[in-house]
Design a protein around this ligand. Structure first.
Ligand code: KIV
Length: 272
């Protein structure tokens, strides 16, 4: 059965809330450029995240820390131009908001003004609450991000499953409530036990989107390059690969090299 959406209306934060209310699951993927974003949008994906995972899969960095606000804005602009239906979310990169609410508002405004995106995403709970409140009062919708927060990798020291201990789970649930009360329209939960994902999803009215947070959340998000099999050295349990694009591309590229070397490309019909 195909459940690809026939509904071509623009996805809004309000429509995501309505999807949660009628128990319709929300699909979300990353995209970082015009061509890929157009394909993702036409496929019916509800939310497109211009994620700071671009730091890894686009820029080749080991962590998400080096990517800059200017780089996020460059990608956000390209993605936004390609998208007709999906809600477009741009990640606030490391260093654009931490510890400084005034800078946080300025960074969020730059993203909204210069990319045309619908909203932003920020990592963290109580510690970023003042920034969250100020940005929302400036009229900018925020998607929160709790659990494994890659921008804090140097604080935690590993990409292991988060909130396995009771005290961590309680902090995560409290942070989720605080973000909801502050006005976040949705929250991403990354790499936490499925039962904690279920609990937060049931306790909150806003949509909860999981990545490695089990099957009970209101929606799922994956990194596009990972789920398409463009990257192959990253294999966490939560990652389902829907294609082996790396092999498909390598085969096509090798065929091209062969065709050029053997003078079978271009042929008579491929020239003027
Ligand atoms: O940057 C990103 O791709 C993300 C997702 C993993 C949720 O934050």
């Amino acid at each position: 059965m195909s459940v690809h959406t026939e509904d071509t209306r623009k996805v809004t934060t309000q429509r995501l809330l309505e999807m949660k209310q009628r128990c319709e699951k929300i699909s979300m993927l990353t995209a970082y450029d015009y061509t890929m974003a157009a394909i993702v949008d036409v496929a019916g994906v509800d939310v497109i995240l211009v994620g700071d995972s671009a730091s890894n899969v686009v820029c080749g960095n080991l962590t998400t820390l080096p990517i800059t606000l200017d780089q996020m804005i460059f990608m956000g602009k390209s993605v936004f131009k390609a998208v007709n239906r999906a809600l477009v979310v741009v990640d606030m990169p490391f260093g654009s908001y931490q510890g400084n609410p005034v800078k946080a508002v300025a960074s969020a405004i730059r993203i909204m003004k210069e990319t045309g995106a619908d909203c932003i995403k920020m990592e963290g709970g109580e510690e970023i609450l003042e920034s969250v409140t100020r940005i929302i009062s400036a009229g900018i919708p925020i998607m929160g991000h709790l659990g494994l927060t890659p921008q804090s990798i140097n604080k935690f020291g590993s990409y292991a499953v988060r909130a396995k201990e009771n005290f961590e789970a309680e902090k995560l649930a409290r942070d989720a409530h605080l973000l909801e009360q502050a006005g976040c329209f949705a929250i991403v939960l990354e790499k936490i036990p499925a039962m904690l994902g279920k609990r937060v999803t049931e306790e909150l009215d806003i949509p909860i989107i999981g990545i490695g947070a089990g099957k009970y959340t209101d929606g799922q998000v994956l990194v596009l390059h990972d789920m398409l099999g463009l990257t192959q050295d990253f294999s966490p349990r939560f990652l389902r690969r829907y294609a082996d694009m790396k092999t498909i591309m390598q085969n096509a590229l090798q065929q091209y090299v062969t065709d050029v070397k053997t003078n079978s490309f271009p042929n008579d019909s491929e020239q003027y």
